[in-house]
Ligand binder design. Structure first.
Ligand code: PMV
Length: 309
């Protein structure tokens, strides 16, 4: 088997949901979790192997809207190639439905493994655009932030529909990521926000305008090397996400536990309703905050450092 392609997960620092409505959001790659894909040529029809699920499928047997099949077909069409003979093995350590970008990482890994097989390197922008096509199957009308940050594997300041802006990180900083253990559907969360937005557009526009201000302030702090001052911005973003209706009892419990343990600021991250939260910390306090999150019910914690790629 050729060396597998390894693709990071992602974390939205600030601006999820609002980003769907044109507000800037900040997101970073998380290399502590990842998806891998490798194509091994063999004398058999194209087969998709998913060892995490103990599943093997001939490509021809998968429905066209199966996310992995969609990523494969989209990539082959782009490359102008027929399905090669052999096995594409795809695996991931990124928890599914946790807001850490599992679906986009899966797609990006598939796209890169196939382009490597055909010795046709693709630009990050192309990989991102191809992955976006598959993200639509998962999310309906995604903003594109997941496929962008994962395809570029760099911190981004993302505005829907605009060219990507790489976020420079003036000083590294530490986050604890904690998983509620509740798999939640981003599609359900996003469509719930849409319904509430349509019922109260002026109210939601006010919330989104404030998130836009927080995103601009957060960007300045990160770029200028003052990340430890992000705490109050993260806390306020969490309150706004509660107003928007995408937090949950479990997320609020973990956010409170992190703050009580000395986190500088904490919020849910991603689609919400379950999935993961993040807590800003000094490196010294990270282990203690992770332990407090586990004691408060987190099923998994990750201590990660954000830095310029
Ligand atoms: O994939 P998740 O759960 O991290 O959510 C993506 C972020 C949202 O803003 C909720 C949706 C989107 O399309 O941007």
């Amino acid at each position: 088997m050729p060396d597998p392609i390894r693709v990071p997960g992602k974390l939205i620092l600030l601006g999820e949901h609002a980003v769907v409505y044109g507000v800037p959001a900040l997101a970073v790659p998380v290399t502590d979790v990842y998806a891998t894909a490798a194509f091994t040529p063999a004398n058999q029809p194209f087969t998709l192997a998913l060892p995490d699920l103990n599943e093997t499928h001939p490509l021809a047997a998968l429905p066209a809207d199966h996310p992995a099949a969609a990523a494969i077909h989209t990539t082959l069409t782009h490359l102008g190639q027929p399905a090669p003979t052999g096995t594409l093995t795809v695996s991931a350590t990124i928890p599914l439905g946790g807001g850490l970008g599992s679906s986009a990482a899966f797609s990006v890994a598939i796209i890169r493994a196939l382009s490597a097989h055909f010795a046709t390197p693709l630009a990050d922008a192309t990989v991102s655009a191809l992955a976006y096509e598959t993200e639509k199957l998962h999310h309906g009308a995604p903003s594109g932030i997941d496929n962008t940050v994962i395809a570029y594997a760099r911190p981004v300041y993302f505005i829907r529909g605009l060219p990507i802006e790489i976020l420079s990180v003036g000083a590294p900083f530490t986050l604890v990521i904690a998983d509620t253990g509740i798999a939640a559907s981003t599609k359900v969360a996003v469509s719930g926000v849409r319904q509430r937005y349509d019922a109260h557009p002026d109210y939601f526009d006010t919330l989104f305008a404030r998130i836009a201000e927080l995103a601009a302030e957060a960007r300045a702090l990160i770029e200028n090397g003052y990340p430890l001052m992000l705490g109050p911005l993260l806390d306020e973003n969490h309150s706004l996400l509660q107003e928007i209706g995408v937090s949950s009892h479990e997320l609020d419990t973990l956010v409170a536990a992190a703050r009580n343990a000395g986190s500088l600021g904490a919020k849910l991250s991603g689609g919400g309703l379950g999935g993961n939260m993040l807590a800003l910390t000094t490196p010294t306090d990270a282990e203690r905050i992770a332990a407090a999150l586990t004691a408060a019910g987190a099923v998994r914690t990750i201590i990660t450092t954000v830095q310029s790629a």
